[in-house]
Write a protein that binds this ligand. Structure first.
Ligand code: PAF
Length: 319
């Protein structure tokens, strides 16, 4: 690989820590960009993470936050050349603004979250020679107070988003792909991310709100009594996708939803984890996005509408 640059990962969410711990286990360079108002960091500037892999094997990891140890003010020579930003959809734009002074003018940025990304808005935050990538992943990980547990094998797809990323050399692309594969398991490169984003949206629109409302693990969605709701939600997603010019076939997506339910059965969905921790959810970038598309096409999605209202109510009740 042409550069073994350290991978910088933003935050301490489940996917970011999964990637960081898997890299560190292989003795590959990785550093975390963390928020210092988090209670577990305030005293030492260090984050301890217990990582449990799929086979149940645990290892302990300690990270010093890169923004505590390296930067006090914006450095003369920006240091970050490759950064994964696996933050919540609603946090991406403020995060890009915060990071920009610390990024190399040719940095590779890899954004990853649930929900439909605002790719245009992200691009506007970057300099011309900074390469923007989006990573969609169905890897399942569970964040706990002490660390992170890998709870289900998923698939990850990477796409170049802006012209700079698209024109990167084959070796630059391979280096990135290889590093992400070491961090998160097999990653496929695609030229057209839209179909992947819609498939992921369909999975998230079903699994996330139902598990949050029922406060159950993903596997419990296989119960036959939930089948009519799952089917109705997915039919609405397919309807709005078709209006947007996307061919999202009901039958194949239904079987994909059930495959993810099975592969991540031990997991608590990210939305359930958000509700349990009193954090904002990504419902607006998932079901909210579907409803905004539907409104443009004068379609109604009663099942998704109801679920959005219920999740919003649940989140309000928490705050
Ligand atoms: O948001 C999540 O939790 C994940 O996208 C998924 C695939 C639903 C697994 O839990």
């Amino acid at each position: 690989m042409n550069e073994l640059v350290p991978l910088t990962i933003v935050g301490q969410g489940a996917i970011g820590l999964l990637a960081a711990c898997q890299l560190q286990r292989q003795r590959l360079p990785v550093q975390l960009w963390l928020r210092h108002n988090e209670s577990n960091l305030r005293q030492t500037g260090k984050l301890s993470v217990d990582f449990t892999d799929l086979s149940g094997q645990s290892t302990s990891h300690i990270y010093t936050s890169v923004n505590a140890s390296v930067f006090t003010t914006a450095p003369a020579t920006p240091l970050i050349t490759r950064i994964v930003i696996p933050v919540k959809a609603y946090a991406v734009l403020p995060c890009l603004a915060e990071l920009q002074p610390y990024l190399s003018s040719q940095a590779q940025l890899i954004i990853s979250h649930n929900g439909m990304p605002e790719l245009e808005a992200y691009q506007q935050q970057l300099k011309a020679e900074q390469a923007l990538w989006f990573l969609s992943t169905t890897q399942a990980a569970l964040r706990s107070a002490s660390g992170v547990q890998h709870t289900g094998i998923g698939q990850s797809t990477l796409a170049a988003i802006n012209p700079t990323a698209r024109k990167q050399s084959a070796s630059q692309q391979q280096a990135l792909l290889q590093q992400l594969t070491l961090a998160l398991g097999p990653v496929t490169l695609t030229a057209d991310i839209l179909p992947v984003l819609w498939q992921k949206l369909a999975i998230n629109a079903v699994i996330n709100p139902i598990t949050a409302l029922h406060r159950c693990r993903n596997g419990e969605l296989a119960a036959p009594e939930l089948a009519p709701l799952i089917s109705a939600l997915l039919r609405e997603v397919c309807l709005v996708a078709a209006a947007e010019g996307m061919d999202l076939t009901y039958a194949s997506n239904l079987s994909r939803v059930y495959q993810v339910i099975e592969a991540t059965k031990a997991n608590k969905s990210s939305m359930l984890q958000d509700i349990e921790h009193g954090r904002p959810t990504e419902i607006n970038a998932i079901t909210g996005y579907l409803l905004r598309c539907a409104a443009r096409h004068k379609l109604t999605l009663p099942h998704n509408e109801r679920l959005l209202a219920q999740v919003q109510q649940l989140a309000q009740g928490q705050s």
